[in-house]
Design a protein around this ligand. Structure first.
Ligand SMILES: *Cc1c(COP(=O)(O)O)cnc(C)c1O
Ligand SMILES: [Zn+2]
Length: 390
């Protein structure tokens, strides 16, 4: 029996706590993201790495540290427990000795969005939500459509009208209701919020509900487990809304409290596209939250997020870890996409290629060192972006 140790929701801004049986989006008091908190003391006695041995090779293997209460709502399409591959040829090219790629592209619907959305939708279904909606650059919409189908719930997906056709085909085939918007993901987000306020659906936006981050945090658990509970020195993460970076950072705190790892943390490096880099700008200015980025434009659709509600949480994780935030150009991203393809046999999404594109600059400026263990988060598969490589 896998029993969740979820105890309450805590605001990442004001610290106020809430009953986890309530259907909540942002903190009712201050409008910041809510983060699930677990009884780590009790879990420490009952949940150890030994228990993982016979568990399914999906993210549900960490069920005690996940919010879903009942087995019937642990929907699955086989998401998570993706391979952590040593990428020797890429490493050699940059003079690195311990470079790994976590291949999230093999998740259902081809990206790590599956992790966040299986959790958000499972929990929404468990709490009795009847309809869902999400703003998306593409991958989140695909994953939401897949898991909503799995849950038997309707989902309304709002996408920028320039979304590549492969995403549309997939989302449509998975049965979601599509609305195309003349604008960016932030404009889609506004329409989804309006509908939620009118009571038409539950808003699944990044960090605007408490559970997507819990799905994404399982990447932190997996990286630790796959490296035998010795964390890497550096994690490089392509940042849009930032749920992954916030989630992975949260996972490390939980695992330390469980006694699974020590106090040493990887440096978290946030990569954005030069055409939309609000987190990088805020990092460089030394401020705690990011201003809206004007005229956002990049081939990495998932990084085209001009404003993120979790900005302060991303910046906090990057700074506390001793990491940095930096941007790469679209042409560097394209070159990196081809390099990891030819070198390693991985056809990756441009967002994911941004992590590879960051390597030369990080080395040049001494932010990473040849002997360090470095993990690239290869967040998605390249197949839905064939418009870029044709
Ligand atoms: C959404 C997305 C990102 C950005 O993820 P966040 O958690 O929003 O920061 C990166 N890569 C791919 C492939 C994506 O779909
Ligand atoms: Zn609050």
């Amino acid at each position: 029996m896998m029993q969740s140790y979820l105890r309450l929701l805590e605001c990442g801004g004001c610290g106020k706590t809430y009953d986890f049986h309530r259907i909540l989006n942002l903190c009712p008091a201050c409008g910041k993201p809510l983060l699930p908190r677990y009884d780590l003391e009790a879990a420490k006695q009952a949940f150890t790495p030994d228990h993982l041995k016979d568990r399914p090779k999906t993210l549900w293997r960490y069920a005690e540290m996940l919010p879903v209460q009942h087995q019937a709502f642990r929907f699955t399409l086989g998401e998570g427990f993706t391979p952590l591959l040593k990428v020797e040829r890429l490493a050699q090219h940059y003079g690195l000795r311990n470079l790994y790629a976590k291949d999230e592209g093999i998740n259902p619907t081809g990206s790590f969005k599956a992790r966040g959305l299986v959790m958000a939708i499972a929990r929404a279904a468990e709490l009795g939500v009847k309809a869902l909606a999400i703003p998306s650059a593409g991958n989140a919409g695909s994953a939401a459509a897949a898991y909503a189908a799995r849950a038997g719930l309707p989902v309304f997906v709002y996408l920028p009208e320039d979304v590549p056709p492969a995403f549309l085909a997939e989302i449509k085939a998975l049965g979601a209701q599509i609305t195309l918007v003349d604008g960016l993901i932030t404009d889609c987000g506004r329409l989804v919020r309006q509908g939620a306020e009118e009571g038409r659906w539950f808003d699944l936006s990044t960090l605007k509900e408490p559970y997507r981050v819990e799905g994404k945090k399982t990447m932190g658990y997996e990286i630790a487990e796959q490296l035998n509970w010795r964390l890497p020195d550096v994690i490089i993460y392509p940042t849009g809304g930032g749920t992954g970076i916030v989630g992975i950072w949260k996972a490390f705190d939980e695992m330390e409290a469980l006694g699974w790892i020590g106090g040493k943390r990887p440096r978290m490096i946030s990569v954005q596209s030069a055409g939309c880099a609000p987190i990088v700008r805020a990092y460089e200015q030394g401020v705690e939250s990011a201003e809206m980025w004007q005229n956002a434009e990049t081939i990495a659709d998932g990084l085209r997020v001009p404003a993120a509600v979790g900005d302060f949480l991303i910046l906090r994780a990057v700074r506390q870890s001793g990491g940095i935030a930096l941007s790469v150009t679209d042409s560097e991203i394209r070159a990196a996409q081809i390099e990891i393809g030819r070198g390693e046999g991985m056809f990756v999404a441009p967002e994911a290629a941004a992590t590879v594109a960051a390597l030369p600059r990080l080395l040049e400026q001494g932010y990473i060192h040849p002997d360090e263990r470095i993990v690239l988060l290869i967040t998605g598969n390249g197949l839905k972006y064939t418009h870029l490589t044709g």
